[in-house]
Each structure stands twice: as structure tokens, then as C-alpha cells.
Design a protein around this ligand. Structure first.
Ligand code: 6LW
Length: 537
């Protein structure tokens, strides 16, 4: 059976994997998107199904006000003695001098929850990982940020024991790695034979990313690095279709094979301009950072290597198991005839309440009540799902009767609150009800088309994306679609292009704003997402 990479497509970074019996689970970061932490399940490592999110209660997580690409970073999912352990960071200040990176633990007997209230662990840095030592002890390893100027350490990894009875960190904190020769992140510890192995990402999360392995006979170190590090990287082969390889986690199958899941990205040809203030000239990745799988083996001298003998990730791997079901292209049309929103959707920073939406008021429709504007970090009525391929379409049928220019509703492609394309219905004093497109590129706002008057109550909106190209369409009958506005540059919705955050990925969704405060509602009959071409890596 062949497994094509990435296995989790579109915005799914920082994967952590665990096996319980025959079942595999992966946790990935969700940043400012609500609910917190994506979980996927598989029995064959190829077909992955989205599970209910673990952080769904406001008492567990409140991201109101957090910046773009902050919020949940790098979850680590483990299992011990009948209990799932999920540790993660909630980032509330970053891209500044002093970072606030609070590490928490939630537990559950079932992967589907209910998950506990969070236990605060520490706040030294991000990327916490829980290790359950076969000797019965539990440890937390995480990286440490340093706000001092100049920094004294390029990066440290800190280890401390966790006491599950007292539900707190106990004992001495030890720097088990001091980053004089590099910066390590995303650490995990495993025990095999006489050694404790330390897994860690190096070189940052961009195209310089890589994965290192170190080992020590004591959990407290000193850890010795493998001379063939990095064991995984694409940094020397820019033409390879799987870039940014790093931030890996290890899993053993019941028949003693070993795999890693890791972060990766598929580049567009489009690059940032040379005068880009953050990453001049860098390639753009609209699909964000994704999750891939590689087969690995233990060498005779007890180190880990990719099965292909190199450190370059494979686009496709062969698994000796049987596929559970065929990997279908995940196209979907949602008629909003359920009582709860589909799991694929996420909202920004907080759960949507009945102040934001209803699936009941008009059965078969999603009613979104206009709340904050698109720049708000507080109360947006917006749901969105990930772009998973370079070639895709999304559309909706909408009814909306705005009476004021401050009332808007429509279809949005967005990276974050500063970067989006928004085709929407609004009201203009001279034209009346009309269609418009709003573009925000790093907060520079433009309207790439003159408002188009509309008469029909129901309007069909569509977006087609093909690599760098993004085109909106509209129709008044759902059959004949007309282009609206020029061909737009999809590549601005990418990690590299966005100034203030660069860890998520492009999303497409529905939203409604009413900045007059009257909560004007829009009704959406359906939302469709279609992959047009599943591009081989
Ligand atoms: C993640 C860390 C990283 O926590 O990016 O650059 C952070 N490295 O490992 C967000 O994905």
C-alpha cells in the first residue's frame, strides 16, 4: 500500500503521534483558531479521520484577543496506563521582547473526551512534551525562550519531573541541552534499550528546518548528538516538493516497524518581493505547514535513519499493511441540515455562541449574525476550513438584505485578520444592495472591483483557486456564473507573505459583519468545498 505525503493536507503543523493498540492518533497546532488542537485518527497510517477537538470549553481555553498565529502551539499527545495526556502551549505574547508561553496538560480516558480542565505546568517556553518513563516517572521537556538582549542562549531544553498525584511540576529543573551550536525546538524523549533518545527540530520552521536526534544513558544528560544529524531535512534540495521537513515524532507499529510524522510544506513558485520586510525573496506556501509520514529504522549502532538511507523525505512511502478504506478526495457540500456545525469548520479565537450563529432559526440554513469587523480579535461571526490543495473551489448560496454599508456578508479566503480576500454583499448609499470585493494585504485595504448592484434575494458566490491564481464568481441562478473582479494573487495568503503571523495556512469560509451594532443576519443555504486536482507532491 502506498501512502502519499502529506498525510494531513493544508494547515496541520507540529504533528505529534501516538499509537494505542491498533489505533494511531495525531495532534496538530491550531493557533488562533477555535476549538483548540486538531486530532486525527487512523488504523492504517494512510486514511486519517478528523476527531472531535479536545479543547472545546471556554473554561479550558479562551483565546479572545490573542494575536495572529499565537494561541495553541505544538501539542504533544501521549498515552499511559489508560489515560491520554495532551500537553500544549498557549501563546499570548510573541513577536515582541517578552514572550508569554504557558504550558498546560489536559487528560482524558477516551480520545473523544471529555478532556479535563487544564493543569498549568510552566511557562518557560513552548513545545512541551510529556515522557512516561518505563520506571514510572513522568517528565516534561520543553524549549526556553530568552527575552534578554543579547540572548545568553540560542535555545535551551529544560527537563523537569511531573507528579501526576499532585498534578504539578516537581523537583529540579535541568537544562539538558544548551544551544551553543544551534537552536532546538519540538523536543520529544523516548527510551530504547539503555538509552534515552532526544528528538528535536533545528534550524527554524522554514526551508532550513531539520530534525536531530541525540542520546544519553541518563534522562538528565549529557546528550550526545548523532554524527549524521540532521536525520531529516529538505534544506539542501530546494527543488524537492516536500520542503520544511522537521519537527518530527516517532511511533512503533505493532509489528515492530518505525515511522515518524513530521512537519513539511509544499512550495508555490511565487516568492516574496525583494523589499518584503520579513522574508524577502522567500517562496510562498498557501497550504501552510502540513504533516507527512516517513519510514525509519534503527541502525546497528542504535541511531535512527530514514529507510531510504538519506535524510531527504519521501513523497510517497510503502506500508506493509492493508488500507482501511480508499483515500477519497475530500469534497464536501454542507447543507447545514445538522444541529451542530461540521468539525472541519473553526472559528476565530472563541466558540461561536447563539449571538453569532444559528442552525435552528431557519432549518437547513446557517444563519450568521453580523458582529465584529474582520480586523477584530474579539467577536467575529466567521467559520472557515482549510485549503487542502493548490487547485480547489468553494462556494455558497447566500441571502442577505443589508441596509447599511456597515453590514456585510459573504465568502472569504483568509490567512489571518490582516490578509484576506472577501467577496460580499453590502449596501451602498448610491447603488443600494451590491456585491463588492475587499482585499487586505498586510493591512493595506483595496477594493479591486467597482460595486455591482444586485436585485435577486439569493446570490451564489464562488471562488476558484489554482496555485497563485484566485478568481471570484457570482450567479443569480446557480447555473450561469460570471467572473467578479480581476484575477487575484492567492500567494499573499501564505506563511511567508504575512507580516504578523506566519504559522497557519489559508482558509476559506463564510462570515457576516454588522459594525452598526444591530446584529443583521445573513442566511447561507449551503457551503461547498471541492478539490479540483489532488496534486502529487
Ligand atoms: C512551534 C515550534 C516552531 O511551536 O513553530 O519554529 C512553532 N518552530 O516548534 C509554531 O508551529
Amino acid at each position: 500500500m502506498k501512502i502519499e505525503n502529506p498525510i494531513l493536507r493544508g494547515f496541520h503543523p507540529d504533528p505529534s503521534i501516538v499509537r494505542v493498540g491498533e489505533d494511531y492518533y495525531i495532534a496538530t497546532s491550531t493557533f488562533e483558531w477555535w476549538p483548540g488542537v486538531r486530532l486525527h485518527h487512523s488504523r492504517d497510517l494512510k486514511n486519517w479521520e478528523l476527531l472531535p477537538y479536545p479543547l472545546t470549553r471556554k473554561s479550558q481555553l479562551d483565546l479572545t484577543g490573542v494575536g495572529d498565529s499565537q494561541g495553541i502551539w505544538a501539542p504533544c499527545l501521549t498515552y499511559d496506563n489508560g489515560l491520554f495526556y495532551l500537553v500544549y502551549t498557549v501563546v499570548s505574547s510573541f513577536y515582541c521582547n517578552m514572550q508569554d508561553t504557558k504550558n498546560f496538560l489536559v487528560t482524558s480516558e477516551s480520545i473523544e473526551g471529555p478532556w479535563s480542565e487544564p493543569i498549568a505546568l510552566n511557562s518557560f517556553g513552548f513545545d512541551p512534551s510529556m515522557f512516561h518513563d518505563p520506571n514510572g516517572k513522568k517528565y516534561l521537556v520543553s524549549m526556553v525562550t530568552d527575552h534578554r538582549v543579547p540572548q545568553k542562549y540560542g535555545g535551551r531544553l529544560l527537563l523537569q519531573e511531573y507528579d501526576p498525584n499532585q498534578q504539578k511540576m516537581v523537583g529540579t529543573m535541568v537544562d539538558i541541552y544548551q544551544g551553543e551550536h544551534g537552536y532546538l525546538e519540538g523536543p520529544h524523549i523516548y527510551k530504547r534499550g539503555d538509552f534515552y533518545y532526544l528528538f528535536a527540530a533545528e534550524g527554524g520552521t522554514g526551508e532550513g528546518h531539520g530534525q536531530s536526534i541525540l542520546r544519553s544513558k541518563s534522562i538528565w544528560g549529557p546528550y550526545v548528538a548523532y554524527k549524521k544529524n540532521p536525520i531529516l531535512t529538505s534544506r539542501d534540495v530546494p527543488g524537492h516538493s516536500i520542503q520544511k521537513a522537521g519537527h518530527a515524532d516517532l511511533v512503533q507499529t505493532p509489528n515492530n516497524e518505525w515511522y515518524i510524522v513530521h512537519l513539511c510544506g509544499r512550495p508555490l513558485q511565487a516568492t516574496n518581493p525583494d523589499d518584503h520586510i520579513k522574508l524577502p525573496g522567500k517562496r510562498r506556501y498557501t497550504l501552510g505547514r502540513e504533516t507527512a509520514l516517513q519510514k525509519v529504522y534503527w541502525t546497528e549502532d542504535g541511531w535512527l535513519q530514514l529507510e531510504n538511507g538519506s535524510n531527504l523525505p519521501e513523497k510517497e512511502i510503502v506500508w506493509n499493511g492493508v488500507a482501511e478504506h480508499s483515500a477519497a478526495i475530500k469534497n464536501s457540500i454542507d447543507h447545514f441540515d445538522t444541529t451542530e456545525l461540521n468539525l472541519e469548520y473553526q472559528s476565530l479565537r472563541k466558540p461561536l455562541t447563539d449571538q453569532n450563529y444559528s442552525l435552528m432559526e431557519r432549518p437547513g440554513y446557517l444563519r450568521l449574525f453580523g458582529r465584529d469587523g474582520l480586523s477584530s480579535r474579539f467577536n467575529q461571526s466567521l467559520i472557515a476550513r482549510r485549503w487542502t490543495e493548490f487547485e480547489m473551489e468553494a462556494g455558497t448560496k447566500i441571502e442577505f438584505q443589508p441596509r447599511h454599508f456597515k453590514q456585510m456578508a459573504g465568502l472569504i479566503c483568509l490567512y489571518d485578520i490582516d490578509n484576506f480576500y472577501y467577496v460580499h454583499i453590502t449596501f451602498d448609499e448610491e447603488i443600494g444592495r451590491c456585491l463588492s470585493i475587499m482585499k487586505s494585504e498586510n493591512r493595506k485595504i483595496e477594493y479591486p472591483v467597482e460595486p455591482i448592484p444586485i436585485r435577486e434575494a439569493e446570490i451564489f458566490l464562488k471562488v476558484k483557486v489554482a496555485f497563485e491564481k484566485l478568481q471570484f464568481f457570482y450567479s443569480d441562478n446557480g447555473e450561469r456564473y460570471e467572473k467578479i473582479g480581476p484575477e487575484l494573487d492567492a500567494s499573499i495568503l501564505s506563511d511567508e507573505a504575512c507580516y504578523h503571523g506566519w504559522f497557519t495556512g489559508a482558509m476559506v469560509g463564510l462570515c457576516c459583519q454588522d459594525m452598526s451594532g444591530s446584529g443583521k443576519a445573513a442566511d447561507f443555504d449551503w457551503f461547498e468545498y471541492q478539490v479540483k486536482n489532488r496534486n502529487p507532491s
